[in-house]
Ligand binder design. Structure first.
Ligand SMILES: Nc1nc2c(ncn2[C@@H]2O[C@H](COP(=O)(O)OP(=O)(O)OP(=O)(O)O)[C@@H](O)[C@H]2O)c(=O)[nH]1
Ligand SMILES: [Mg+2]
Length: 298
């Protein structure tokens, strides 16, 4: 009998960049070494954002390796509070200017200048608009509210005149009229499937509470439709254990990943954040920069 040893194909790494005119890239660790980004190109922050994990902490299975990143286990650099390796595309991450451009309800009405964009999606009230404000260091550029259902359109914000952050309505808002819910669902899904300049969806998950089925369904829908996705765990500043078996953010983050493992052959990129303490802000900007710069060059 002939036994075929098929290579384990890292589906996620392929699907996560499917919208790019892909050049094949290696994701194996044997033949490659990490290219370090020159220090001067990294965003300057008060806290270090790069960690060099010990070999014991490093398991390539759990890391997100950006395309064209050459990996060496002894020099790998991982963005803090994330599973994302730093690539040589991580430059121009700072935000110097941001402005609201337009609200649309149809994909075809979105800006047509061809600039790359990242969409923030997640349950109502998970903190999408707050995260956008934290990323651009503006308190009220995107409107936030304690009441779910604040954002109702596809809102484009141009950053540094060269890329977009897109604030989307939340899903799972039980009190919204059924008609409105269906409408949002339809236009956001149409946007994901047809927006050619969408580099990656950022799916926000509340890390202060246990995983919700609706979030797992959303992650699975994105995976099935081969839409590039990064998981952003929000509200990581909420550290109090609640009664009834409430868990800390790290535990909820681990649980969520265990639950979605079955949807992807290799793990999607993820980052822990808080819009209150700005945890994860510089890491997200570096991650966006490396995805964007790769996208622009291909
Ligand atoms: N503690 C804490 N609260 C947060 C954080 N991010 C957002 N919030 C709060 O959560 C609430 C909802 O925030 P929004 O940014 O409006 O949430 P959204 O996802 O844009 O909501 P919709 O537009 O309704 O879908 C607000 O009261 C925020 O102050 C966070 O990181 N930590
Ligand atoms: Mg909002």
């Amino acid at each position: 009998m002939v036994v075929l040893h098929l290579p384990r194909f890292p589906l996620y790494l392929v699907t996560s960049f499917h919208s790019l005119p892909l050049r094949p890239y290696s994701t194996t660790s044997k033949t490659t070494t990490l290219l370090r980004a020159p220090k001067s190109t990294l965003v300057s922050t008060s806290e270090p954002v790069i960690a060099t994990p010990s070999p014991a902490e490093l398991s390539l299975e759990k890391l997100f390796v950006p395309p064209e990143t050459i990996v060496s286990l002894d020099s790998a650099r991982v963005l803090n509070g994330s599973n994302i390796l730093l690539s040589n595309y991580a430059n121009d991450a700072q935000v110097s200017q941001a402005e609201f451009v337009k609200s649309s309800v149809r994909t075809e009405d979105c800006p047509s200048d061809g600039l790359p964009e990242f969409a923030l999606v997640g349950r109502s009230n998970v903190g999408k608009s707050s995260l956008l404000n934290s990323l651009v260091r503006r308190k009220k550029l995107a409107l936030t509210s304690k009441k779910p259902g604040k954002t109702q359109c596809i809102n484009h914000f141009r950053v540094n005149d060269s890329w977009y952050l897109v604030d989307l309505p939340g899903y799972g808002y039980a009190s919204a009229p059924q008609e409105l819910r269906l409408d949002w669902e339809q236009f956001t899904k149409d946007y994901f499937l047809n927006r050619s300049t969408l580099v990656s969806v950022f799916l926000l998950i509340d890390a202060s509470i246990p995983a919700k089925k609706i979030d797992l369904d959303y992650a699975s829908w994105l995976g099935l439709n081969q839409i590039p996705m990064t998981l952003i765990f929000t509200k990581c500043d909420k550290r109090k254990k609640t009664r009834n078996g409430g868990k800390r953010p790290e535990e909820n983050v681990n649980d969520f990943q265990d639950l979605i493992r079955g949807f992807f052959q290799s793990v999607p990129p993820w980052i822990m954040t808080s819009s209150v303490t700005n945890q994860g802000r510089d890491e997200i900007l570096l991650h966006m920069a490396q995805l964007r710069n790769y996208w622009l060059k291909h």
